[in-house]
Design a binder for this molecule. Structure first.
Ligand code: F0G
Length: 371
């Protein structure tokens, strides 16, 4: 089998790169699509649920998909520095890909509201880390202003190359399943990811026939095997941070799922289009529901994702209980980031370790109690 060299290499014919583009890659993508084995029955669901575990990307989140494209195109255009606002994962990916490219990175993060692992990553990869006394939305406004004035490439998902890279997740799902699933469920924060998923699925169904037209003439497929359909897109938000449910920006978003603590999503129109065109919907989950789903997945399936990622499962469980999901359906849930990103939240909600003497009798007794 050929050595896997990252998603630009693999999907080169469907991405805006040329033979001379200097590809900046950490071999991202190609993440596992894990069939959940015990949860469907436990939830009383007759269909199949797959977890697309994006936590297994090089920096531990789906952001690597967009960042390989954004940094590649920035370097191609001659940029020597990149900048982003972030709730954590984008900053980790930006810092790592900038290091890989040998250019500078500047990241704006909300002071005190970023998971520890993500902060460690940005610092370790040598980014200039700016902790602002504000939230993600404040940071987003500032980096737009700054990148308009200074020679620094903006690598938030308002940069169209980010969504181009992120759309490859849909290609991988189709490659793995042989077609699109019935439902694709995922968390929504700044809303770039749901928009990119939809872009990827939409490009895959087009067959460049006069009858199709879904891709509006942009289809990159040229007669390769295609998906026969697109999934229903379900986007889930944290209840304290749910502008799509409120119908407009939320001023002071709050949630334990800090990655999606966003009140003014940039890809508002694209995300609405994805949900509407697919026949899907947005819904919201409480912090308690999110943490419950995170623990359920970790304990029932051995898959450890961060709280924001578990929002996809939390939302699905809610919709399933309300009878909104067709029995027997195939469902893919994007698990956007690894659980190790946020050790504090994981430790705070788990049974604490037993303090015990380093002695055979005491340990034996403890084990007996748990058998
Ligand atoms: N899940 C995780 C783990 C994330 O880090 C993010 C976004 C999302 C879901 C939501 O994706 O914004 O495309 O709707 N994180 C960004 C960041 C905002 O700065 O890392 P989205």
């Amino acid at each position: 089998m050929a050595h896997y060299q990252g998603l630009i290499h693999r999907y080169r014919d469907r991405l805006p790169v040329s033979d001379t583009t200097p590809v900046i890659s950490l071999n991202e993508g190609n993440t596992p699509l894990i069939a959940l084995q015990r949860l469907p029955a436990q939830l009383g669901f007759s269909g199949r649920i797959f977890a697309k575990f994006e936590g297994l990307n090089p920096t531990g989140s789906f952001k690597d998909r967009g960042m390989t494209m954004a940094v590649t195109k920035a370097v191609e255009a001659g940029s020597r520095a990149i900048i982003c606002a972030s709730t954590g994962n984008t900053s980790a990916a930006a810092a790592a890909y900038a290091a890989r490219a040998g250019i500078a990175s500047f990241v704006l993060i909300p002071d005190g509201k970023i998971a520890l692992g993500k902060l460690a990553q940005a610092m370790m990869h040598g980014a200039v880390v700016l902790q602002i006394q504000g939230n993600f939305d404040d940071g987003m406004r500032l980096v737009q202003e700054i990148s308009a004035e200074l020679p620094i490439a903006l690598v938030n998902s308002v940069n169209p190359y980010r969504l181009q890279g992120q759309k490859t997740i849909a290609f991988e799902v189709i490659d793995a399943l042989g077609d699109a699933p019935d439902y694709h469920v995922l968390p929504v924060g700044n809303a770039g990811n749901i928009s990119a998923h939809w872009m990827g699925y939409s490009e895959s169904v087009c067959q460049q026939t006069a009858a199709c037209g879904l891709c509006k003439g942009q289809c990159p497929y040229h007669g390769k095997p295609l998906a026969t359909r697109r999934p229903v897109m379900l986007g889930y938000q944290a209840a304290g941070s749910a502008p799509f449910l409120r119908g407009g920006p939320v001023r002071n978003p709050e949630t334990v799922a800090t990655a999606i603590r966003i009140g003014n999503p940039m890809s508002w129109d694209l995300a609405w289009a994805a949900v509407k065109e697919s026949g899907g919907w947005f819904d919201e989950c409480t912090d308690a529901e999110i943490l419950e789903a995170q623990a359920l997945l970790a304990r029932t399936e051995g898959v450890f994702c961060e709280p924001s990622s578990a929002t996809s499962l939390a939302g699905f469980i809610k919709d399933l209980r309300q009878g909104k999901i067709k029995p027997g359906a195939t469902v893919v849930a994007t698990l956007t980031g690894h659980g190790l990103k946020d050790p504090d939240t994981a430790i705070a909600q788990s049974p604490q370790p037993h303090r015990v003497a380093a002695e055979r009798g005491a340990i034996g007794e403890l084990i007996q109690r748990h058998l």
